[in-house]
Design a protein. Structure first.
Lengths: 298, 228
């Protein structure tokens, strides 16, 4: 059985135009909910980006003196530092990251002009320690700054922790809102599809009579739902990308600013856009599939 | 072409629509199905179209047992059966041509086939000059001709008509019957459910009478004869 592209396009377009008000409502609801999803995803990526160094519960970074030979295992002196670190009662464990690893991380976090002057030889290796009491990070810093072989001790500032909390709360709120709105979008699409089928019940009954297959009858209606979902998703992608561009603009080139550290690479934005588009299609298809089911059961 | 074998159909409320009906209709026959309202004529047709399934018994259409046909095959069964109703069932916002073309379009026939077959069948039913009219602009008889054209455009093996003349005056009814007769002479089996005594008596074809769901008469070259 051939379902011609021309037929599907024409029928879908007619349906959308006949129900244009409902269509606009459905598209807008999808757009708003998916914008929330998009922003929430970008926020997550931003936080992940800003806090790369502090992943896996790392509380303290002890940067060691850089060695031109860039050894991949700790030297004897660095091992001594390790033993001193783990002797402290509130240090749970420490992990060695060599110079090559730290260079890679710096290149990801810094802006390209700053990162370009870095070499493996000039980048320090580090011990990354997990504390049983994160509040003691400052004490570790005080004790080990200026220690032989130690270049610098870093620990997350309070602001990063606060930011993380705020962002996590926002993230949760956005996601809950997005899910609720997505459900209402699906119901709206379902409703427009039912209206479309109802408006065309004569056609549908003639189609059944002359032997059109169920898929042939369904496809234009399925497409109608998918087009609505996709249209909403496109608006949401535009909103998300626009927001990303605006934030990027405000972030400027100040490497120490929070916004700058939250910048997400264009690739992540593209992934987000594709994900948002896919959710739109799924919502549209699901809504129309449910809308069609009851009507076309014989 | 059609075989009913001890078919019984009872509706949920307990109404017996067909009671142990067995009948054979051969290819190329022209059959009137007569009886008063509620005698089971419409159920007979709905069973043929597989809009209903029998409670007991078996039904063959074109060599295929259809009581146990899997749902996805039903459309293909219906492509072999043309159908005409009392209320025409035309699409009011499509022209005569489009109404007939619709039946081919929705079973996936390519455009060039549609362009070839639709004018041909419109010519057969005598509406070649009205191809761009809307159904609302046509008389009842003309609308029924469009419906016949739509039912026949796919050259079905079987043409079923449920009270095709129910909404038409006697003269117009005669015209429709002549048209169905002409279609029958192309080899198409024609089954007409009706309680229009005039046309049955005039045509003198095989008459099958149902009464309260039971087959009470099957007569070659019969008349309506109900109640006499």
């Amino acid at each position: 059985m051939a379902v011609s592209v021309e037929y599907v396009t024409r029928e879908t377009a007619t349906n959308l135009w006949r129900n244009r008000l409902m269509t606009v409502a459905a598209v807008l609801t999808v757009a708003v909910s998916l914008s929330l999803v998009g922003v929430s995803l970008l926020l997550r990526q931003g936080v992940a980006q800003a806090t790369t160094q502090w992943q896996n519960g790392v509380n303290v970074l002890v940067f060691l003196d850089a060695a031109p030979s860039a050894p991949t295992v700790p030297t004897a002196q660095q091992h001594t530092i390790y033993q001193q670190l783990v002797q402290l009662p509130y240090v749970k464990s420490c992990l060695y990251r060599d110079q090559a690893y730290d260079l890679g991380e710096a290149q990801r976090l810094l802006d390209p002009s700053a990162a370009s002057v870095l070499t493996v030889a000039s980048t320090p290796a580090s011990w990354r320690c997990v504390l049983s009491q994160p509040s003691e990070a400052q004490a570790v810093a005080r004790q080990f700054n200026g220690f032989p072989g130690v270049a610098e001790v870093q620990y997350p500032q309070k602001q990063i922790r606060t930011m993380e909390t705020v962002v996590h709360v926002l993230d949760a709120v956005f996601l809950v809102l997005a899910v609720i709105l997505l459900l209402s979008a699906a119901v709206l699409i379902l409703n427009t599809i039912r209206l479309a089928i109802f408006a065309r019940r004569r056609e549908v009954s003639v189609m059944r009579l002359v032997g059109a297959t169920n898929w042939f009858i369904r496809i234009p209606f399925m497409f109608e739902g998918i087009v609505q979902g996709l249209a909403g998703a496109l608006v949401a992608v535009l909103v998300t990308v626009a927001l990303h561009v605006v934030l990027d603009h405000f972030a400027g080139h100040n490497a120490s600013s929070l916004l700058y550290r939250m910048r997400t690479p264009a690739g992540d934005v593209a992934t987000t856009a594709i994900l948002v588009g896919m959710i739109g299609v799924v919502i549209g298809a699901a809504g129309s599939a449910i809308g069609i089911r009851r009507f076309l059961e014989s | 072409m059609i075989r009913f074998e001890n078919v019984t159909k009872t509706y949920k409320a307990g109404t017996v629509a067909l009671q142990d009906v067995s009948i054979d209709i051969d290819k190329g026959e022209f059959v009137f199905l007569v009886g008063p309202s509620g005698s089971g004529k419409t159920t007979f047709i709905r069973l043929l179209l597989r809009e209903e399934t029998p409670d007991q018994g078996r039904i063959w259409v074109a060599g295929r047992e259809i009581a146990h046909l899997s749902p996805w095959r039903i459309p293909y069964l219906r492509r072999n059966i043309g159908c005409v109703f009392q209320d025409f069932r035309l699409l009011p916002n499509r022209t005569v041509f489009e109404n007939v073309a619709f039946a081919l379009e929705v079973i996936g026939r390519p455009r060039h086939v549609i362009e070839g077959q639709v004018p041909q069948v419109l010519d057969l039913v005598g509406l070649a000059g009205k191809r761009d009219s809307l159904p609302g602009e046509l008389s009842g008889g003309e609308q029924q001709r469009v419906a016949v054209a739509r039912a026949f455009v796919n050259r079905p093996l079987l043409l079923i008509a449920d009270e095709p003349t129910g909404n038409l005056d006697p003269a117009t009814s005669q015209g429709i019957m002549r048209l169905l007769d002409r279609i029958n002479r192309t080899g198409t089996t024609v089954v007409i459910a009706t309680h229009d005594a005039g046309i049955v008596d005039q045509m003198r074809r095989r008459v099958v009478e149902l009464h309260r769901g039971e087959l009470v008469r099957d007569q070659e070259r019969g008349v309506y004869g109900y109640g006499t």
